[in-house]
Design a binder for this molecule. Structure first.
Ligand code: DLL
Length: 423
């Protein structure tokens, strides 16, 4: 579709969507009223900037049903974010929303040459996380033979992959690297598997990591992007050119804003990505701040698609970390520490060793806690690690340290040391 036709389509859908939201979501209507805007002010895409921005904290305030735009009886599913904060983000879907979402994922599979002859092994997590259900649905729509593996149990992944001749692998890039390593350990060479392509996303990964995975599995590795709030994976996907992800603009209008002022930045600027869902019925977020920092480009793509492309996310405008595919806020770790009776003197160290994220948490003991035997300290470390695992869903290594052993900062405390070279 040429640019003009796409803008016309987006404008029509936007006008309709703003009315739908204004009439059915009191929370957003209040925000619009506070800005003095009514649906009549939004005549097309050029008026988009007038609408209020939404953030994750709006989602928390309106939890769980406050942003729902249709009656619960019309919803058929929820999905939720990979992190486990007290209040998780819960997204709702009508059957039509599910169909559109799966179509978006199907586009990602078709863009890497997938068709009904493929055997598509989906090892993103299933359940509340959107990765498994999204790519599972997309794979069905394309007509691939779908292996709904979910993540984990790598031995079984390998057995099915080899026995059934999987040609497409869908998982996080870290899990792809782990599968590759396990295949090698089991004595397989890259040419022994039938895999052709991988569709990897849900976390940041580098070009170096892409090359490593491609070589280790003998495949082409493609990026896929999305977030629970906008339905899940498939908001954007890479094509054969492997240089940025095409955004499904007929469903999501993308803007780049200055994260400090909220102002819309000119095309080609680096800033925070904002999405407006123009086709979703149940959970249609308008101008939702993703906190992902990236650049949009409209340069002609050799694949022939005219959809705008987003760069790989280059970081976040908040402090969220993505560790082994799971969204983690340092404040979640702090909450556990305080609950368990530790002082908030800690440092979170994240690294990537052999393409797998590691999470180490250094925690200072209070003077009165210090002095226990090595055995006792090890038991405390284990207990704390378990509490943190319950909160985050991933296993950390906890190190209890002597009082005052973590360097104090003169400015903001350095809570997070991210040694991964992701950007
Ligand atoms: O991670 C959805 C997804 C599943 C995407 C499977 C791709 C594949 P959330 O758990 O809500 O949803 O996390 C969304 O993850 O705001 C980004 O910060 C990050 N993210 C997602 N895809 C990528 C990617 C899913 N390809 C958050 N590269 C987003 C870098 C990504 N970061």
């Amino acid at each position: 579709m040429n640019r003009e036709d796409m803008r016309t389509l987006q404008s029509e859908r936007l006008v309709k969507q703003v009315k739908h939201v204004y009439e059915n979501v009191p929370y957003y209507r209040d925000l619009m009223d506070k800005k003095g805007i009514t649906p009549d002010d939004i005549k097309g895409i050029d008026d988009l900037y007038k609408l209020p921005l939404l953030t994750k904290s709006d989602l928390r305030d309106a939890y769980p049903y406050g942003l729902l735009a249709v009656p619960v009886k019309d919803c058929v599913r929820i999905q939720s974010t990979s992190g486990t904060t007290g209040k998780r983000v819960v997204a709702f879907y009508t059957q039509n929303d599910i169909d559109l979402w799966e179509n978006c994922c199907a586009r990602a599979i078709v863009a890497v040459g997938g068709d009904e002859n493929d055997v598509c092994q989906v090892c993103y997590g299933y359940g509340l996380f959107t990765g498994g259900p999204g790519l599972n649905g997309g794979s069905h729509k394309v007509g691939c033979l779908t292996l709904p593996m979910s993540s984990g149990n790598t031995e079984r992944q390998i057995q099915f992959m080899m026995d059934l001749g999987s040609t497409i692998l869908c998982c996080t890039p870290s899990y792809a690297a782990y599968i590759a390593e396990s295949l090698k350990e089991a004595g397989y060479k890259p040419e022994d598997n039938k895999l052709r392509v991988g569709i990897f996303g849900a976390e940041p990964w580098t070009e170096e990591m892409r090359h490593d995975i491609e070589a280790a599995l003998g495949i082409k590795a493609y990026d896929i992007y999305g977030l629970t709030e906008t339905s899940g994976p498939g908001v954007a996907f890479e094509c054969e050119e492997q240089s940025g992800m095409h955004i499904n603009e007929d469903h999501f209008i993308a803007e780049i804003i200055d994260p400090d002022t909220g102002e819309v930045l000119p095309e080609g600027s680096k800033g925070e990505l904002v999405f407006t869902s123009i086709t979703k019925e149940a959970f249609p977020l308008l101008r939702y701040r993703t906190r992902d920092i990236c650049v949009l480009t409209r340069e002609k793509c050799s694949c022939g698609r005219t959809l705008v492309k987003m760069s790989k996310p280059m970081g976040r405008s908040d402090d969220m970390l993505i560790i082994r595919g799971v969204n983690v806020f340092p404040s979640q770790i702090e909450t556990v520490l305080l609950k368990e009776g530790y002082a908030p003197n800690y440092q979170i160290v994240v690294d990537r060793v052999n393409n797998t994220d590691t999470l180490d948490i250094n925690v200072e003991l209070l003077p009165e806690q210090f002095g226990d035997t090595v055995k006792e300290t090890a038991a405390y470390e284990k207990k704390l690690a378990e509490s943190i695992k319950t909160m985050l869903g991933i296993n950390p290594k906890v190190h209890l340290l002597a009082p005052k052993s973590i360097a104090r900062s003169e400015g903001k405390a350095v809570r997070v040391v991210d040694k991964r070279k992701l950007h």
